[in-house]
Design a protein around this ligand. Sequence first.
Ligand SMILES: [Zn+2]
Length: 171
Amino acid sequence: MVTAGPALPDAHRARRVAERVPDPELPMLTLADLGVLRDVETRADGTVVASLTPTYSGCPAMAEMRADVAARLRAAGYARVEIRTVLDPPWTSDWITESGRRKLAEHGIAPPGRAPRGPVPLVLSPTRPAVPCPRCGSRETEETSRFAATSCKALWRCRACREPFEYVKEI
Ligand SMILES: [Zn+2]
């Protein structure tokens, strides 16, 4: 039981706490890096309201993210916490920040390319831009599996350095 909570609602401090919560599936990224944390507000009664937007649809990590944010805020002294889900506008991988993309690459995971915009033309063999290898930068890479350990990532392999790597898909 935390008793030494802040005397006044402090949305700025609450936001800093929520921002640092790691993503359950990409733990090198915080929810701020991922662009999942939309807003943190405080109400007059001291309730902290954190708004999250789910990433890949059906991502099972969402429930865990909500629970983690609530737990961190409570641990930081905010007794009343409400987690809201904001579905509109929908999250896209473009919301991953520059620092988030850098952290992914540092961990050997290729960050997503630009998300497709507007109506996606239906073609039989879409030409996918090559994903550069996060280790050596070569574009001589190929997809080996559409789904890695989690549905938001695909498995790729570099033909130059022969290393397999994960790639966060753009949506
Ligand atoms: Zn390579």
